[in-house]
Design a protein around this ligand. Structure first.
Ligand code: SF4
Length: 396
C-alpha cells in the first residue's frame, strides 16, 4: 500500500473524553465500561487519578485546541458537582479551547449526586460551561423500561427532562427500539413523548445482545426481525416528519444541532480519553497513535497513584488498519465523506485504494462521485457488509 501523504495533526480537530464509570445498577444489556458504585469515597480518589492523567499527558494537548469535551459513563451525574468543578478547573489549566466548543455531559434520570437537587446540579453544570446534555431515557413506556432493567419510571424521566430543558437548549435523548415486549404502538408513543420536549437531538439505538452482558446469558424474547424493521421505518419516517434528520446510523438532529463530539469520532478526528477504559487516537509525526487505558476503575486509580503503566500504546503507519478504521467510522455518516478529507485524515492516497471502493460500489453499498464517497441506503442498512470489504486480511 503506497503512501505519499503526511498526517497533518494541526488540521485535525481534537476532542477530549472523560470517563466517569459508575452506575447505581448494571443494566442487563449494557456492555459499556460501567461499574456498580459501592463506596462514595471512590469519587475523590478517581478524580485525583483523572487529574494526574491529564497532567501526565499534557504534551498531547500542546499547540492544539480542544473542539469538544464529553463526560460519559457510566452515569456521570452520580459524581458530586464540586468534583466536576475540580475537573473543569484542571481541564482549563491544561488546555486551550476552540471558540464555541461543545461541552457535553451524559446523565441518567434520578441518579443525581445525593447532595444536590436536580435543579442545583444542572445549574452547576451550566455554570461550569456545559452546553449540551445527553439524557439516557431509553423509553417512556413503563413495561419496556422494566424489561430492560431500568430503574426509573416514565413519569420520573419526564420530570427529569423538564428540569434539563429549563436550563439547557441543546439536549439529546437516547431511546431504544427492538425491546422485549415492545410493539409499534409503544414505539409511536415514545416518539410522541419525545416530540413534546422538542429537544435538538435524539440517538435511537436498536437493542443488541452483546457478549458479557446479563442478556447474553439469559436472552429475553425480542420482537421478530420484521417487527423490528417496521419499528425502524416508523422511527426514521416520524423523526424526519418532525424535523429530525438522520445524519448517522442511529443519530437524528434538528438543523445545525449534530453532536460535534461524535462527529469528530466519525470523521476520524483525534481524541484524548481520560479515565478507566478510555481510548485515544492522536496524530503525530505521520503516525496514528492509539492509547487504551486499563478498564477497571479501582486498578486504574491504583496504577496511576503508584506511577505504574496504566495504558497500552500502539502506533500505526497509514495502511490497511487505518483504512479499515476510517471506513468503520465514516461509513456511518449519511453524508459519507470527501475524498480530500479521507486522504488528509488517513495519510492514504484514495487512488491506491480503488479496488476495495470499487467492489463496495459494485455491490451497491456506496456511491462514488468525483470528490465524495456516500453510503447508499443499502450500505447504511447493511453496514457490516460494507465494513467487511475493508477488513484487513490479518484480522480474519
Ligand atoms: S445506566 Fe448506562 S452505563 Fe449504566 S449500566 Fe445502564 S446502560 Fe450501562
Amino acid at each position: 500500500m503506497k503512501n505519499k501523504r503526511m498526517f497533518r495533526a494541526e488540521d485535525i480537530p481534537l476532542s477530549l473524553y472523560i470517563h466517569l464509570p459508575w452506575c447505581d445498577k448494571k443494566c442487563p444489556y449494557c456492555d459499556f465500561n460501567s461499574h456498580l458504585l459501592r463506596d462514595q469515597n471512590q469519587f475523590e480518589e478517581y478524580t485525583g487519578a483523572l487529574i494526574s492523567q491529564l497532567r501526565g499527558w499534557s504534551e498531547l494537548f500542546k499547540n492544539r485546541k480542544i473542539k469538544t469535551v464529553y463526560f460519559g459513563g457510566g452515569t456521570p451525574n452520580l459524581f458530586p458537582i464540586d468534583l466536576v468543578e475540580t475537573l473543569f478547573k484542571e481541564i482549563h489549566l491544561a488546555m486551550d479551547f476552540e471558540e464555541d466548543s461543545e461541552i457535553s455531559f451524559e446523565v441518567n434520570p434520578l441518579n443525581m449526586h445525593r447532595n444536590s437537587s436536580i435543579e442545583e446540579y444542572f445549574f452547576g453544570l451550566n455554570h461550569l460551561g456545559v452546553n449540551r446534555i445527553s439524557v439516557g431515557a431509553q423509553s417512556f413506556d413503563d413495561i419496556s423500561l422494566k424489561k430492560i432493567g431500568r430503574t426509573h419510571s416514565p413519569a420520573e424521566i419526564e420530570l427529569f427532562l423538564m428540569e434539563v430543558c429549563k436550563i439547557f437548549t441543546n439536549v439529546n435523548i437516547d431511546l431504544m427500539y427492538g425491546l422485549p415486549g415492545q410493539n409499534q404502538i409503544k414505539v409511536r408513543k415514545d416518539i410522541d413523548t419525545l416530540k413534546t420536549f422538542n429537544v435538538t437531538h435524539t440517538s435511537y439505538y436498536q437493542l443488541t445482545i452483546e457478549p458479557g452482558t446479563m442478556f447474553y446469558s439469559n436472552v429475553p424474547k425480542l420482537p421478530s426481525e420484521d417487527v423490528i424493521w417496521d419499528m425502524y421505518s416508523l422511527i426514521t419516517n416520524e423523526l424526519a416528519r418532525n424535523g429530525y434528520s438522520r445524519y448517522e446510523v442511529s443519530a437524528y438532529s434538528k438543523d445545525g444541532m449534530r453532536c460535534q463530539h461524535n462527529m469528530n469520532y466519525w470523521e476520524f478526528g483525534d481524541y484524548i480519553g481520560i479515565g478507566a477504559g478510555a481510548h485515544s487516537k492522536i496524530t503525530k509525526n505521520n503516525l496514528m497513535e492509539r492509547r487504551i487505558v486499563i478498564s477497571n476503575p479501582v486498578n486504574y486509580v491504583e496504577k496511576v497513584q503508584s506511577n505504574n503503566q496504566f495504558f497500552k500504546k500502539t502506533s500505526h503507519l497509514p495502511g490497511a488498519e487505518v483504512l479499515f478504521e476510517y471506513i468503520l467510522n465514516a461509513s456511518r455518516l449519511t453524508k459519507g465523506f470527501e475524498i480530500l478529507d479521507f486522504e488528509n485524515r488517513t495519510g492514504l492516497e484514495f487512488s491506491n485504494e480503488q479496488e476495495k471502493f470499487c467492489l463496495a460500489s459494485e455491490k451497491g453499498l456506496i456511491d462514488i462521485t468525483l470528490d465524495k464517497v456516500i453510503p447508499t441506503k443499502l450500505g447504511l442498512n447493511f453496514l457490516n457488509n460494507l465494513q467487511e470489504i475493508f477488513t484487513p486480511i490479518n484480522s480474519y
